[in-house]
Design a protein around this ligand. Structure first.
Ligand SMILES: Nc1ncnc2c1ncn2[C@@H]1O[C@H](COP(=O)(O)OP(=O)(O)OP(=O)(O)O)[C@@H](O)[C@H]1O
Ligand SMILES: O=P(O)(O)O[C@H]1[C@H](O)[C@H](O)[C@H](OP(=O)(O)O)[C@@H](OP(=O)(O)O)[C@@H]1O
Length: 322
């Protein structure tokens, strides 16, 4: 069985909805990702050991038996890291993979990277610290100030409320934010609570929210967003259904703050959906899991945010990280 046959069922989760739908793309991406991680096929050595420190939730969703079996057939072994013990007492590892380290292990990581420079640590804790906060994580996008003839990359106007919910209405007025607003927990630590988002139609209802939080202006973007997965040179864009546009009439006829579910998850694939030509023509990335080249053995930036595409009156598109 070739690489493609082995990977596609897993990558598509058997029932579609995964980021890849085309066998060639799967193989190209696996090769690109392997090259980005310094894994050459056929493997130059007996096997590559990937140590992982993941939550049980992430292990369940990511490290599925099909992936482990496929990896093993290619000489790549996934080994769980004991998060209560120093990394140097474990291994040996060739690559270390983690997400949302708790402080003990983050401490072990810093020491481990000094004593094991030969090991590729993906997303070194000190390089992704700013991503655990919904204000600082978007700052790197705002600082890019990226604008071309095709359009610009932007972030929604937003306001951070650290405490005292009663002050929110006045703060929104003072900041000049336009309703509706998306309310998001300030902390983005991967917990279920960090994904509890709400849509506010009037600012006085905002008093009910629980700081610390970020209030973002809602950006109409045609109900579709784009997610980009990048590891080294490997790039994959998928389209996902998103929150529908909010028109003025809907805004006038609605009040309060409404919690909404996780709308753009893998099951909400819009890859085969008919897109508004204006949006479809301006392919930008959206919620991006960015593991740029610098993440391999160097400080890196991992971005995992929703990027919304909408067209300005001047026809140029704006890609907005949200
Ligand atoms: N400013 C915004 N304007 C319009 N829609 C938004 C905005 N911010 C978020 N959304 C909608 O809310 C969804 C979730 O937003 P976001 O990605 O910030 O939260 P999240 O919990 O990190 O999501 P996930 O981890 O599931 O990708 C987005 O997919 C998009 O549909
Ligand atoms: O659309 P996907 O499945 O890529 O969305 C991911 C999202 O990009 C983040 O990776 C989430 O991880 P956390 O921020 O750590 O929660 C994933 O959430 P999870 O609950 O499924 O792990 C999303 O699936």
């Amino acid at each position: 069985m070739g690489l493609q046959e082995e990977i596609v069922p897993y990558v598509n989760g058997g029932g579609g909805g995964g980021p890849y739908n085309d066998k060639e793309e799967v193989e190209d991406t696996v090769m690109d990702v392997s090259a980005a991680l310094g894994i050459g096929f056929p493997l130059q050595r007996k096997h590559v050991i990937v140590g992982y420190a993941l939550t049980s939730k992430k292990i369940k969703s990511f490290l599925q038996p099909k992936l482990e079996g496929l990896a093993r057939n290619k000489g790549i072994l996934f080994v769980a890291i004991d998060q209560s013990r120093p990394l140097s007492d474990q291994g040996p590892f060739d690559i270390v993979l983690h997400k949302h380290l708790h402080t003990t292990l983050a401490f072990f990581f810093q020491d481990y990277r000094k004593t094991h420079p030969e090991v590729t640590v993906l997303d070194p804790p000190d390089a992704i610290q700013h991503l655990h906060n919904r204000q600082s994580m978007l700052q790197c996008v705002a600082d890019m100030n990226l604008s071309t003839s095709y359009g610009k990359v932007d972030v929604p106007r937003q306001l951070v409320i650290k405490k005292d919910a009663s002050s929110i209405p006045d703060a929104v007025t003072k900041a000049g934010l336009t309703l509706p607003l998306v309310a998001k927990p300030l902390v983005a630590d991967g917990s279920a609570k960090s994904h509890e988002l709400s849509l506010a139609y009037d600012q006085y209802s905002l008093r009910k929210l629980e700081p610390p939080l970020v209030l973002q202006e809602f950006i109409n973007h045609g109900g579709v967003l784009f997610k980009v997965y990048i590891v080294g040179e490997a790039i994959k864009v998928v389209r996902r259904f998103s929150l529908p546009d909010v028109c003025k009439r809907e805004l006038a006829n609605n009040a309060g703050v409404c919690r909404f579910p996780r709308v753009s998850c893998a099951a909400a694939s819009a890859d085969d959906a008919d897109l508004d030509p204006v949006i479809a023509g301006e392919l930008f990335c959206s919620s991006m899991i960015l593991l740029d080249d610098s993440s391999i053995n160097k400080p890196c930036c991992v971005s995992d945010k929703s990027l919304l595409i909408y067209s300005n009156p001047d026809r140029a598109s704006t890609a907005t990280f949200a």
